[in-house]
Design a binder for this molecule. Sequence first.
Ligand SMILES: Nc1ncnc2c1ncn2[C@@H]1O[C@H](COP(=O)(O)OP(=O)(O)O)[C@@H](O)[C@H]1O
Ligand SMILES: [Mg+2]
Length: 263
Amino acid sequence: MSSGVIATSAVAIDDVSVRFQSKRAETTAIERVSLDVAPGEFVSIVGPSGCGKSTLLKLVSGLLQPSSGSVTLLGEQVRGPRHDIGFVFQRAALLEWRSARRNILLQAEMRGMSSVEAGRRADELIEMTGLSGFENALPHELSGGMQQRVALCRALLHEPRVLLMDEPFGALDALTREQMNVELHRVWRETGTTVLLVTHSIAESVYLANRVIVLTRRPAVVKEVIDVDLPSERDYSATMARPEFAAVTAHIRELLGAATGHD
Ligand SMILES: Nc1ncnc2c1ncn2[C@@H]1O[C@H](COP(=O)(O)OP(=O)(O)O)[C@@H](O)[C@H]1O
Ligand SMILES: [Mg+2]
């Protein structure tokens, strides 16, 4: 894309390659990937296991530096860990001895946010994600879905403009996962946060996103970028029933089949 776009992107990945060097071998995880994500956009990333999806998110968060190319987050080149993002992983990683609310507030404590402001924001997120009534429950008293809601609230507490999610619902049962998809879609619409979601679920990738990036098997290159042309108001069942939804998911499935098969 033209350089004029980069300044207005929330995330700009420009011709990035990542090579991992071990004693015996060099692994290329990502090969010349470019991607621009607009502010407020929801982009899903799908691709075969081990192709480099997590690596891509680590680049954006600054946990990893590219071997070549550059990553720009909110107009600033990423040169080290960035604290102005939110990150949600497959495991909620909550502190067992702290209540749901105090796990959410951990984010504020680590950042030295004002406790009044953080408390107000935590209560707002608890309400938004349907955790009301469970504020004081300990993690082991919460279902897997609720634990992931707590992790989501924690990631959103400081109102990050960019939220990175790495297979956040991969450990949940199918029904809970659908509920979480609906909640995440609503939270995204209410907060206007830019989201990059890595997922193995094709349905999830399409239901949530404005665009789906399909990666090839390792080394990951962008196989196709798919615009999701669905109404922004997405009732779950109605969306699943739409012919466009079926067409897009079938197309992605085909691309992924081709990516993992012998091509
Ligand atoms: N720190 C590392 N050192 C060496 N190889 C790595 C490292 N991190 C990831 N890899 C390799 O890079 C490839 C992509 O990994 P990853 O991004 O975790 O894949 P995905 O998330 O798509 O399953 C894999 O082959 C993995 O083994
Ligand atoms: Mg991964």
